[in-house]
Design a protein around this ligand. Structure first.
Ligand code: FES
Ligand SMILES: [Fe+2]
Length: 369
């Protein structure tokens, strides 16, 4: 950086081609772009995307967007699913297709007490995917009474989200759904919510968090951030210190991100105004993830004198994910990538990640960087 004698200067990096692609997208148009299909993308095979989803707990939507008695059609992990909330207030998820005659129960199905009633012939399913009642028949076929007659999905609610447990072999949850203590505190603002469809695999999105070199070129941080990285069992934490280029010069910011398993975690931004981001990024199909970003800030600051800064900060973080999306929507996975000194610890991250797949050999420890 040139020396300007300490006076305040515009420290923003020059516009990159990616920023130019996003230029002019604002408000509703930007929100629509975040969710729109990218129909001309190459196939998942052409892009060498992973052919298995990692297992764990994954957010599939917000608790306050599913009312008692409501049924929703959702799609995750390559499956059409039915999500409903029983009269007892509990959210439940089973595969959408009825074992009887194959109706999609998320379309026209209704909640009967705590069960999901199929719209075709009114068979009723509990959260274990077992038929509990067939109103027009005196008996239930034995096979229909069994658990997972229609495959069921362990479902929990925490942090304002509904989470499901995914495992390719339908193994029961191997750890508990994580609660984030800082989420939904009464003196912090209600979530500000953002959503994206990103046409890539979850692991590629996760790699982005340890790709330290891209921060400068894609996101416009003034320098490549310094970072501390810790892998411990199922958790990964990254504490990055970055100088953010603002119109008024460089600002030091700290970004602490924590993951437990491939689907849960949080990111805490400090330095300007405390901001907690609860991201849920969940596979929909092999080349498609759904990302939910929920932001909260201390009310005293965000609803008071620092309201403008609070909004600007959230806008900047969402803009960063927009920038990532431009790359990720069309990027091809290099396995292994051709790396150089100065790159993030991709290989170490891959070792961490491999524990969440059933079809990968645990990588040798000495491969760690
Ligand atoms: S198809 Fe669902 S009850 Fe017949
Ligand atoms: Fe990024």
């Amino acid at each position: 950086m040139p020396d300007h004698g300490g006076e305040s200067i515009d420290a923003r990096t020059p516009r990159s081609p990616i920023w130019n692609q996003l230029e002019g997208l604002k408000g509703e148009e930007l929100a629509a772009w975040r969710l729109a299909d990218v129909p001309d993308r190459p196939s998942a095979d052409d892009r060498n995307l992973q052919d298995e989803y990692p297992f764990g707990w994954f957010g599939i939507g917000y608790s306050d967007e599913l009312a008692v008695g409501e049924v929703k059609s959702i799609r995750y992990f390559g499956k059409d699913l039915a999500l409903w909330r029983g009269v007892d207030g509990k959210a439940r998820v089973i595969d959408a297709y009825c074992a009887h005659y194959g109706a999609n129960m998320a379309h026209g199905g209704k909640v009967h007490e705590n069960t999901l009633e199929c719209p075709f012939h009114a068979w009723r399913y509990n959260e274990l995917g077992a038929v509990t009642e067939i109103p027009y028949s005196p008996s239930i076929p034995p096979q229909a009474k069994r658990k997972d007659c229609v495959p069921s999905w362990p479902t929990e609610e925490a942090n304002g989200f509904i989470y499901i447990w995914y495992h390719p072999d339908k193994v029961a949850p191997l750890w508990e759904c994580q609660k984030i203590e800082e989420a939904l505190l009464p003196d912090w603002t209600p979530y500000r919510k953002y959503e994206w469809n990103v046409y890539s695999s979850l692991e590629n999105v996760a790699d982005n968090g340890v790709d330290f070199a891209h921060f400068r070129y894609v996101h416009g941080t003034v320098h490549v951030p310094t970072y501390e990285l810790k892998f411990e069992g199922r958790s990964r934490s990254v504490i990055a210190s970055a100088k953010l280029g603002t119109p008024k010069g460089e600002v030091e910011a700290k970004i602490s991100s924590y993951n437990y398993g491939p689907g849960q975690g949080y990111v805490r931004f400090t330095g300007l105004l405390d901001t907690l981001l609860v991201p849920c990024v969940t596979p929909v199909d092999r080349d498609h993830v759904k990302a939910f970003y929920a932001f909260t800030q201390p009310k005293a600051a965000a609803e008071g004198p620092m309201a403008g800064l609070g909004r600007a900060l959230v806008k900047d973080i969402t803009k960063q994910f927009d920038q990532d999306k431009v790359i990720l929507d069309r990027h091809r996975r290099m396995d292994p990538p051709l790396v150089c000194q100065g790159d993030g610890p991709f290989a170490r991250n891959k070792i961490y990640y491999s524990q969440f797949y059933t079809n990968r050999e645990p990588a040798p420890a000495q491969a760690a960087e």
